[in-house]
Design a protein around this ligand. Structure first.
Ligand SMILES: *[C@@H]1O[C@H](CO)[C@@H](O)[C@H](O)[C@H]1NC(C)=O
Ligand SMILES: *[C@@H]1O[C@H](CO)[C@@H](O)[C@H](O)[C@H]1NC(C)=O
Ligand SMILES: *[C@@H]1O[C@H](CO)[C@@H](O)[C@H](O)[C@H]1NC(C)=O
Length: 404
């Protein structure tokens, strides 16, 4: 009797285990299939659905005809389109490979003069056209002539008159300390500039701030040619971190965008954008000096979709989302690692923070800065490897670098 019951229990346990195994397997199979179906039923949104080709309230004026146009945020080249006429001072561009662009106001004129002086020194072997976008206050022809003189006879210079509109400035603004101009600037560099008709004349644009100064011992190799030779889409010099107060909601908003387009975070994104436990590191390209393929922010379907979505969200005005995080998130997600380049072969200063060309001795670099800013009372901050913070900025050495 005892023996029989024992046998019976063993058989029971055996059956139980087999049953468990079968149930477990089924659950796993169902789960994996479910994930698969989930993946296969993810229907990506059409990127072009993000784009509403409306006439924006912002305007630009042609420098020759004087005609004003409403800004188009979805640029489409038409076959019958005539080229955008430009009133070039000094000389007409010999090459249309690249253009250097500023957004300036009269209040910045002193630093703009220094910035242009440095351009004329450092690019004297290969002068590139310079275009200064402005609202009203740089329309004076004496100012035009004096800035043209700084650049010298062989550097083409043009002024593009634009008009921002205040209607996107809503009462919900979080950071009231900043003037409305600052928010317009963020929107200008995020979305509007690449859709200005002047840029259709060129292959690359190089953005500088009025407080951006390149420096070094002698004229540098032309960055546009380097980029063309290496098939680079985007180049930068310094990496930074944004203030968390200016990226509110941006991390989840970007992930929502990825989900809508059935994208998972790319390897380059995962290596450079998350911080601790999948939070946002806020690591950014310091976009006050950046060179981009003109087509990148204008024609790439997903990049364009992202910029339009961000623009419609209103976060630029509500939270002060800058062009730096908006561009960095999407570039790290979509652009291959070998198509982004860090330029370390010349010195660069933004306001009072600087980085020397890589490989140059410290005192030589300081002597170069003295030639730009002779005043001994000015204080400058050196970022030895061009990154802030120096340790723990995941963007710092991720992309290929070009050095002296
Ligand atoms: C070019 O063609 C489009 C569409 O056919 C038309 O609407 C536009 O007026 C034309 N532009 C010029 C400058 O002829
Ligand atoms: C926008 O607002 C600023 C400051 O409030 C003002 O100076 C400017 O004239 C306004 N611009 C337009 C186009 O209304
Ligand atoms: C810029 O990007 C476009 C689109 O990807 C590409 O066709 C073009 O060749 C690029 N321009 C340069 C100068 O590499």
């Amino acid at each position: 009797m005892k023996r029989v019951r024992h046998k019976y229990t063993i058989r029971c346990r055996c059956l139980g285990s087999i049953l468990c195994f079968i149930v477990g397997c089924s659950i796993l199979i169902i789960k994996f299939n479910w994930y698969d179906t989930q993946r296969s039923i993810c229907l990506p949104k059409n990127p072009d659905d993000e784009i509403i080709d409306r006439q924006d309230e912002w305007q630009y004026q042609n420098s020759i005809t004087g005609q004003w146009y409403n800004w188009r945020t979805a640029y489409k080249r038409q076959n019958n389109q005539t080229e955008w006429p430009v009133n070039w001072l000094n000389a007409a561009p010999k090459s249309h490979l690249g253009v250097i662009v500023y957004l300036a106001t009269l209040g910045d004129i002193k630093s703009l003069q220094t910035s242009l002086t440095q351009l004329s020194r450092m690019l004297s072997n290969n002068p590139r056209p310079v275009v200064i976008f402005h609202e009203d206050d740089l329309s004076n022809s004496e100012i035009h002539q004096s800035l043209a003189q700084i650049l010298g006879n062989s550097t083409p210079l043009a002024f593009e008159h634009i008009k921002f509109s205040n209607s996107s400035i809503q009462p919900g603004r979080l950071h009231r300390r900043w003037s409305s101009k600052y928010f317009h600037m963020c929107r200008f560099f995020t979305l509007m500039l690449p859709n200005h008709p002047l840029l259709t004349l060129f292959s690359y644009y190089w953005r500088l701030d009025t407080h951006s100064y390149i420096f070094g011992g002698q004229p540098i190799e032309d960055p546009f040619e380097i980029m063309q030779k290496r098939k680079i889409q985007y180049a930068f010099v310094m990496a930074n971190r944004d203030n968390e107060a200016y990226t509110l909601g941006l991390w989840s908003f970007f992930h929502q965008f990825l989900k809508e387009h059935c994208l998972v975070p790319s390897r380059n994104f995962r290596k450079t954008q998350p911080g601790w436990i999948d939070s946002y590191s806020t690591a950014i390209f310091f976009t006050n000096l950046a060179i981009a393929n003109v087509s990148l922010f204008r024609d790439h379907p997903l990049i364009r979709a992202w910029l339009h979505k961000a623009d419609r969200n209103g976060g630029i005005y509500r939270y002060r989302w800058g062009d730096a995080p908006l561009h960095t998130l999407i570039l790290t997600q979509l652009i291959p690692r070998n198509q982004i380049l860090r330029l370390r072969y010349f010195g660069y200063m933004h306001r009072n923070e600087y980085v020397c060309a890589r490989g140059i001795k410290d005192d030589l670099c300081k002597a170069q800065i003295k030639t730009v800013f002779p005043d001994p009372n000015l204080i400058f901050y050196n970022h030895p490897d061009g990154c802030n913070p120096s340790f723990g900025n995941p963007l710092c050495h991720y992309y290929p670098e070009i050095t002296l």
